[in-house]
Design a protein around this ligand. Sequence first.
Ligand SMILES: C[S@@+](CC[C@H](N)C(=O)[O-])C[C@H]1O[C@@H](n2cnc3c(N)ncnc32)[C@H](O)[C@@H]1O
Length: 202
Amino acid sequence: MVKRADLQRDRFYKAAKKEGYRSRSAFKLVQIADKFEVIKAGDAVVDLGAAPGGWSEVAHELVGERGVVISVDVQPIAKIDGVMVVKSDITREEESITAIKAALVAQGRDAVDVVISDASPQLSGNRDFDQFRSFELSTSALNIASALLKKQGNFVAKIFQGSYYNQFYKSVKERFRETRAYSPAATRKRSAEVYVIGKGCR
Ligand SMILES: C[S@@+](CC[C@H](N)C(=O)[O-])C[C@H]1O[C@@H](n2cnc3c(N)ncnc32)[C@H](O)[C@@H]1O
């Protein structure tokens, strides 16, 4: 029997192919950006856990030619015109911050308007362990965002729902004026992931 979630997956997979995005995840950022207006033309955006690059493609479209997108991942990312790639493990926070700052300077910028993170751990099959690894990645994304974002900057990060979710949401709430949680329609129905959005870095 074809499950509704499979039909939905097909819908976004087909749409990603039609629009020329490299991942169906691209539509999650399209939906988040549309609903929460976190990225605007001219912004400097840092995309953490960016491979293969669907979110970076969307971010590049949103910031336009005056904007900057820096994509960070441990995996290689095939070239995207107008996007700078930094190979780094985001849990090595200081190293990542140094590398991102160097990339920013190379682009003639000194501050970041938006940090987005779709970073996910390799799934082990152990739900508690995977939730913890997701929490670690989201926390590193938040720490990197705290070091780089300008005042009033915005933040989006994926986290798996579970024991650590409330703690992460609270940490985002402490650092941003407005905090929301959202599951875009492009998220698979059986997925435990949720996106936490922080607007207006304190
Ligand atoms: C779901 S994919 C991201 C998809 C991407 N947003 C897109 O639209 O193409 C999750 C990514 O997180 C990356 N990742 C996992 N752990 C990481 C780490 N410690 N540092 C950097 N990237 C990491 C993985 O390599 C993977 O590429």
